[in-house]
Write a protein that binds this ligand. Structure first.
Ligand code: DQA
Length: 141
């Protein structure tokens, strides 16, 4: 299974960004950890951007790609971006939305997830294991 993993704004700062909430691992470390846990069961391609328009372009590029599934952590755009939601709605492959933290025990402005309307599965609060469990859920599907 070939899975694209899209990460949104500020996730490039993982490891130093609010480690009490997001953990001590960098995005590169989480990437290596996830692929190591999965072995050859799934091949993950990771991509990160701080830009809403770049994320929309990346989601659109999936339409003509050979990815079997998408894992996306739209980060703060999850709570605001109708444009990313609209882009995700064009995809025919399964989508899992991931949040490292449990958004429901945080500020109330994080409780609304616009983009998750396009996902069949949501993972929230599993920390660095979020992407691994998202991939496992896709493999079970
Ligand atoms: C996040 C949660 C969002 O509310 C926040 O804006 C992020 C990260 C998470 O992975 O827990 O940047 O998506």
């Amino acid at each position: 299974m070939k899975i694209l993993v899209i990460n949104g704004p500020n996730l490039n700062l993982l490891g130093t960004r609010e480690p009490d909430i997001y953990g001590a691992e960098s995005l590169a470390e989480i990437q290596a950890y996830t692929q190591n846990c999965l072995g050859d069961k799934a091949q993950l391609e990771w991509w990160q951007s701080n830009s809403e328009s770049e994320i929309i372009d990346k989601v659109q590029s999936v339409i003509t790609s050979d990815f079997d599934a998408l894992i996306i952590n739209p980060a703060a755009y999850s709570h605001t971006s109708i444009a990313i939601l609209d882009a995700l709605k064009n995809l025919k492959i399964p989508i899992v939305e991931v949040h490292l933290s449990n958004i429901y025990n945080r500020e109330s402005f994080r409780h609304s997830l616009l983009t998750a309307q396009a996902s069949s599965i949501i993972m929230s609060g599993l920390g660095k294991d979020s992407y691994y469990y998202a991939a496992l859920a896709l493999l079970r599907k």
